[in-house]
Design a protein around this ligand. Structure first.
Ligand code: NOJ
Length: 748
């Protein structure tokens, strides 16, 4: 088609019958979608709803070539992708199928592709949404250059139970922080134009309620009321939709007894009806056919029809849509309009992601898009801004006068565990904590590195009936690396000990639930023996979840919570230890005293008997460290909160005077919490985070920090999805963390 001709026709539906119109990028996306849809056979339509896993290698992937030629493959979810192979398959779809509809290649890029950043739970501790946007901008560039068009991120689930391994992938327990961080990630992935060669389509997941699984056991059911759904679990998804996310993944769990993949209320009434989302929904892996063991669907045909009718457009992996929906339409159990609408949504995203106009990737140039020096510097910055200082008796930052430092523990010189769950394309970090520290310590300080024990102990494992490997509770763990005596000797000889301990990355992320929030293998014994030496111990905990480590909290002189920090770990942590950078991170998820308390989160209701309902056999029901907690190398003083009344169209404001009372420059994350005292719509949490600001002050410097008490700050979502704010009394805290400080009353 001649371009000049196209431009002379107004961008409307007029040309919709011209056969190759959809191939021409001068036309509006909606016109191209309709033009293409009109030309598709039923098999081609169902092909667009079919996402396949091509297997472990090129040969396996080739088994779908005949189907691809018939237009039967919409998407590959493929960890083994490389640009040449991707182009090879794409050429078959584009050049050998009748309509040439490109494949969209999807992949789990969660906290980085090659440049691995800290896990998202850690990144959220920065309380800096822009940092997450910058990190995902790098991930988008590295992914797209390699041929990944679509990433299954960000994860908008709310983390309330640390036993659930997937808290690692979330932005923590607070819906407000999570909404900001997830919207920022969408912007990072997609930019202003997801079709650009350095951007990808994003996918909000897992919609919805996946994190509320009973007992923290992955893939379970979730009991969530509409009130909690609206105010806790949905806000981050809504923010992601508003930020322009092109797709959403429905989740494995059930909500209100209905599997999320077939939940008409959440997928259609809320998502399309209320939020006007016009991207597509993909199921999670086999979630369509898993409705059979759930006891919801009779067979694959029943499952496929239930899912698409509820609003789930694409079927990940199970092939139930491709196998059964044509018959469901023929027998009039399913309308053609429902199928067409799902296809329309998928095609729309393929156009928006630029796949029709630029279906191939540059096979020669992709390496230059990866791990640029600025990306590595950002990874380092992210570590320093995500690592939370939980305790410091004054040993940190480390003195430049130290002569001997011992680095003890299985994560001190580790190249791979520090990368975390979902490692993208990165399997090894050249820089370890040991190398980073060596680089940062004064040249005449001697660093002794002793592993002491393994992070895990293989002999203590047993295989369950389903093939999964779990610890054998009755076996005595054996550990070929066990050298507690050597660790003790190194500690005796050192001025300061740095302990690097935690949990294995394989026990976090998907299918990584844990019953106990402890150090694994012999690490507790190692810690106890080293701490007993009596030298100051600085402990760095590497973990995908909050662990309950009373001995570590009590017997360390200082504790950093580093999460799973990624490839910037060595330098980023060293920066904090020696004081090149002062810590500024705050917990995005509360750290319990003991697993017996979980689920535990700061935004609970006051109840009718506040302070009662204690466990008879536990000293406190408080978390050890609440959400928002984190120290730095200086001290800040907060004045009482003052309320400045509303005036001249400006809302009232809450103000504190903040003073740096310490000896160093520092950044304080000042946090605004509100609590509504009487809400007839439903009980609200005692405290809800509704604002935060990073404030940098020099020693002795002071400043006023103001937060507007606007409608958005005070409001909530009612059961019908309306944003509301009530007249009445509120409590307002401006504080360094949740559950801290004295509130003032405010009447709206
Ligand atoms: C299952 C996981 O739940 C989901 O997060 C992931 O995106 C898909 N598998 C694809 O790998």
């Amino acid at each position: 088609m001649n371009k000049a001709n196209v431009i002379s026709v107004p961008p409307s539906m007029e040309g919709v019958d011209r056969l190759d119109l959809y191939k021409n990028s001068s036309w509006p996306v909606e016109t191209r979608v309709e033009n293409l849809l009109k030309q598709m056979t039923q098999e081609e339509k169902l092909g667009q709803l079919n996402q396949l896993y091509p297997g472990e290698n090129e040969d396996e992937a080739a088994k779908y070539l005949p189907l691809m030629r018939r237009g039967g493959v919409s998407s590959y979810i493929w960890p083994y992708i490389n640009p040449a192979l991707r182009n090879q398959f794409q050429r078959v779809a584009v050049q050998e199928s009748r309509l040439g509809i490109p494949i969209i290649f999807g992949q789990d890029i969660i906290h980085g592709a090659y440049t691995l950043f800290p896990i998202t739970l850690g990144l959220a501790c920065s309380f800096d949404p822009e940092l997450l946007e910058r990190a995902q901008t790098v991930a988008a560039r590295e992914s797209r250059a390699e041929g990944i068009d679509w990433v299954f991120a960000p994860m908008c689930d709310l983390a309330r139970d640390p036993r659930w391994g997937r808290v690692a992938e979330t932005c923590g327990e607070d819906p407000y922080l999570s909404a900001l961080c997830n919207a920022a990630q969408v912007r990072g992935f997609q930019g202003t134009n997801p079709a650009a060669p350095d951007r990808v389509a994003s996918c909000l997941k897992h919609y919805v309620g996946y994190s509320a699984v009973t007992g923290g056991r992955d893939y379970n059911d979730s009991e969530i009321t509409e009130w909690t759904l609206r105010n806790m679990h949905l806000p981050a998804f809504h923010a992601g939709v508003k930020a322009g996310a092109l797709s959403i993944m429905s989740s494995f769990n059930s909500v209100e007894g209905i599997p999320a993949v077939a939940n008409h209320h959440t997928l259609t009434e809320v998502l399309r009806g209320e939020w006007k989302f016009n991207g597509f929904v993909v199921s999670d892996w086999d979630a369509v056919t898993e409705m059979i063991p759930w006891g919801y669907a009779r067979d694959n045909a029943d499952a496929a029809r239930l899912a698409i009718s509820a609003g789930n457009d694409m079927d990940m992996k199970s092939e139930a849509y491709a196998s059964h929906l044509a018959q469901e339409v023929k027998s009039e159990r399913l309308s053609q309009a429902t199928v067409d609408e799902a296809v329309r949504r998928v095609l729309r995203v393929k156009f928006q992601a630029g796949l029709f106009d630029r279906p191939y990737v540059d096979e020669s140039g992709f390496k230059s898009a990866q791990m640029k020096p600025a990306d590595l510097a950002l990874a380092r910055e992210c570590v320093a801004k995500s690592t939370v200082l939980l305790k410091n008796t004054g040993i940190l930052p480390l003195s430049k006068e130290l002569k001997k430092v011992a680095l003890i523990g299985p994560l001190g010189d580790d190249h791979s565990e520090i990368l975390g769950c979902w490692k993208g394309r990165c399997t090894w970090s050249d820089m370890t904590l040991a190398t980073g520290l060596k680089e940062a310590l004064p040249r005449d300080t001697v660093l002794t590195v002793v592993k002491g024990c393994s992070i895990n102990t293989s002999a203590s494992m047993m295989t369950l009936q389903d093939g999964s490997v779990v610890p054998d509770e009755n076996a005595q763990p054996t550990d070929a690396d066990l050298k507690i005596d050597a660790a003790v000797l190194a500690a005796q000889d050192a001025d300061v000990v740095i302990m690097a301990v935690g949990e294995p990355k394989g026990w976090t992320g998907e299918n990584g639930s844990r019953a106990f929030l402890t150090l694994t293998g012999h690490q507790q014994a190692l810690f106890d023996a080293v701490a007993a030496v009596g030298k100051p111990v600085v402990t760095i905990v590497f973990s995908g979840r909050p662990l309950a480590l009373p001995e570590v909290w009590d017997n360390s002189a200082a504790v950093f919570y580093a999460w799973q920090p990624g490839i910037g770990a060595g330098q980023g942590l060293a920066d904090l230890l020696v004081g090149n950078v002062a810590p500024s991170a705050r917990l995005s998820m509360s750290v319990p005293r003991d697993v017996a308390q979980v689920p535990i989160f700061y935004n609970y209701p006051n109840t009718g008997r506040p302070g009662s309902g204690q466990y008879r056999d536990m000293a406190s029901t408080d978390a050890k460290f609440w959400f928002g907690y984190g120290l730095t190398y200086t001290m800040f003083d907060y004045s009482p909160v003052r309320i400045i009344p509303a005036a001249k169209g400006k809302p009232a404001e809450a103000v504190v005077t903040l003073t740096n009372t310490g000896k160093r420059e520092g950044v304080e994350v000042v946090q605004l919490y509100i609590g509504q005292l009487a809400c007839h719509e439903g009980v609200r949490p005692k405290q809800e985070l509704r604002g935060f600001k990073h404030v940098k002050l020099q020693p002795g410097e002071r400043t006023d920090v103001c937060f507007p008490l606007s409608v958005e700050v005070l409001g909530y979502i009612d059961r019908k999805g309306n944003a509301r704010v009530d007249a009445g009394e509120y409590q307002v805290w401006v504080a360094p963390r949740s559950h801290y400080g004295t509130p003032v009353k405010f009447v709206n």
